[in-house]
Design a protein. Structure first.
Length: 569
């Protein structure tokens, strides 16, 4: 009841501000520019190959994401596989009821009970305050792809977000970075709850210190007309006594549930009996999944791409959960989890009788996911695309249809002032990444009057010509002076370069506006030298642009492989 009440409060606040945001923030409209992903160092080369040379990696995946026939095949084989549809729909309904999910999300989840419904799935760890921007981009890509597939194939398609709530790496999800009013990055880190680092994220409970972190976030963001409703929603989800994973799920559901996104908490104990047979089989054949993934990784490497996962040959693709989450490995004829040793029969029987004691690792998680959901497509990030390419034989081993992998939208959001700066000065996006002044110096140098540049080049050329004649003539007078003449030339060249540098510094002082524009753009696009979508929390953009941002992203993010989009908002 409390979650539903807070959701209603937030939705009311959003509606009050939505008209304002639509009129003021986007009055000039938006533009977008596409850049080939192969031009960026932070995006794995596999993403470029997957988009532009799929034949090179086709044997590792279930189908070409650009092929209508591949999607038809995926729909057919997914519908043919038996799944616990009614049970999954029931546990989803229970999760949504507890969180107070909006009606559109509940209706979408209920449709999963029908035999013809298929799903586009994506997922991510439960990043604090909603995680980085790319988490939002993933979810929106999944919703867009579900809508497109429904139109193209005249079938019922829903979008599911799998919250990876069983991961135990607290440090990876505990921080949120935003830009302050000076466009400087500020990182807010949630204090570690009891058990952080050992227990799964889903088992961690937020305490009263979360309110201090929210106050830090509010101060770092700076006030806009959207700050009040944003903080209302965040405080409704991130509150003392809430689970860390549940807070993330509720916040994501608040943002995208009205668009029909189904949020699934993967730690739900009610789901474990539905996949107990997968756990049992993995334990009885420990090491087999790892071996298949290693073999596929070798094929991936032969295609020119580094495998994402290199598992140990004696490892099972499961964790044993007994308070802490411990990997399981094979040791002789026993299975070992932490300091405890089990017979294969004992641990397999435990997986049958108490499946909540087990959690899949990165290799088995997709199999568990797609045995629960009728997944025809998975929206993957660049790194996920690599390890998913190691799993085709693992899917076949468990008899689960492998979905088509679809790369998520990748984008950089800029304001109109930054867009004008980039366009006016023809600045390449990648030039802004180095955290030095090399690109700024080139830009400032380009602003010098052409007559000055010409005069400097002519002076340098004339100096070399005259000094060359002198250097050739000096030995006839005194051979020992040749070195002194060359040294004199070097000094004179150095003085010319120093003069050039002083002119650039004078241009810097003359054009501080250009410097501010450059620094502002650099701070937005590469905060601390890192890609925006992987660094800045989505809350930064929601605070700046308001709830209309989500509708704008639906309109501006194309389902187009192989491109990074610069979107002006």
């Amino acid at each position: 009841m409390r979650a539903a009440h807070l959701f209603d409060m937030f939705q009311t606040a959003l509606r009050e501000y939505e008209a304002v945001s639509a009129e003021t923030t986007f009055a000039e409209g938006s533009t977008r520019t596409a850049i080939d992903v192969r031009r960026f160092s932070w995006i794995r080369p596999l993403a470029g190959d997957y988009a532009f040379n799929f034949a090179n990696v086709a044997s590792l995946y279930a189908g070409d994401p650009t092929s209508a026939a591949a999607w038809s095949d995926a729909i057919t084989r997914t519908r043919a596989a038996a799944r616990p549809r009614a049970a999954v729909a029931e546990l989803l309904a229970a999760q949504q009821s507890r969180r107070g999910a909006p009606p559109a999300a509940r209706e979408a989840a209920a449709r999963l009970a029908t035999p013809q419904t298929v799903a586009i799935v994506t997922g991510q760890q439960a990043g604090v305050f909603g995680g980085p921007l790319f988490t939002l981009l993933k979810a929106i890509t999944a919703l867009q792809l579900a809508r497109k597939t429904a139109r193209d194939h005249q079938t019922e398609v829903v979008a599911v977000f799998w919250v990876d709530a069983e991961d135990h790496d607290w440090n990876e999800i505990a921080s949120c970075t935003v830009l302050d009013q000076a466009f400087q990055p500020q990182t807010i880190t949630l204090p570690a709850p009891e058990g952080a680092g050992e227990r799964p994220i889903a088992a961690l409970t937020l305490d009263s210190r979360v309110e201090h972190s929210l106050a830090e976030l509010e101060a770092a963001l700076g006030p806009t007309e959207f700050t009040a409703p944003l903080l209302t929603g965040l405080r409704g989800a991130y509150r003392s006594g809430a689970g860390a994973a549940d807070a993330f799920a509720q916040w994501l559901e608040t943002l995208l549930g009205p668009h029909g996104l189904i949020v699934f908490d993967s730690s739900d104990l009610a789901a474990k009996p539905l996949v107990a047979d997968l756990f049992t089989r993995e334990l009885r054949e420990a090491g087999r999944t790892s071996a298949l993934a290693v073999a596929a990784g070798q094929t991936l490497s032969a295609r020119g791409h580094q495998p994402q996962v290199v598992p140990q040959p004696d490892s099972a693709a499961l964790f044993h959960v007994d308070g802490a989450r411990r990997p399981i490995r094979k040791q002789g004829d026993q299975l070992v989890a932490g300091e405890r040793a089990f017979s294969v029969d004992a641990l397999s029987n435990e997986a049958t009788s108490a499946p909540h004691h087990f959690s899949p690792n990165v290799l088995l998680r997709p199999i568990v996911q797609d045995s629960l959901f009728p997944t025809i497509g998975y929206v993957a990030g660049p790194s996920e695309l690599a390890y998913l390419g190691q799993l085709r034989d693992v899917y076949a081993r468990f008899g689960v249809p492998m979905p088509i992998m679809y790369p998520r939208a990748t984008a950089t959001l800029v304001d109109s002032a930054t867009a004008r700066f980039l366009s006016r000065h023809d600045v390449e996006l990648a030039d802004l990444q180095p955290q030095d002044e090399s690109a700024l110096n080139r830009l400032l140098q380009a602003q010098l009057p052409q007559s000055v540049e010409t005069a400097l080049r002519e002076a340098e050329q004339a100096l070399r010509e005259r000094m060359a004649t002198l250097i050739d003539a000096v030995p006839a007078i005194d051979p020992t002076l040749a070195g002194a003449a060359k040294t004199t030339l070097s000094k004179m060249e150095h003085d010319l370069r120093a003069l050039h540098g002083k002119m650039i510094q004078a241009a810097k002082r003359r054009d501080e506006t250009l410097r501010r524009q450059f620094t502002r753009a650099q701070g937005q696009i590469f905060p601390s030298g890192h890609a925006q979508e992987r660094t800045l929390g989505s809350v930064y953009f929601l605070n700046r642009y308001g709830p209309a941002l989500i509708d704008r992203l639906f309109a501006e993010l194309p389902l187009d492989l192989g491109h990074h989009w610069i979107i002006t908002v």
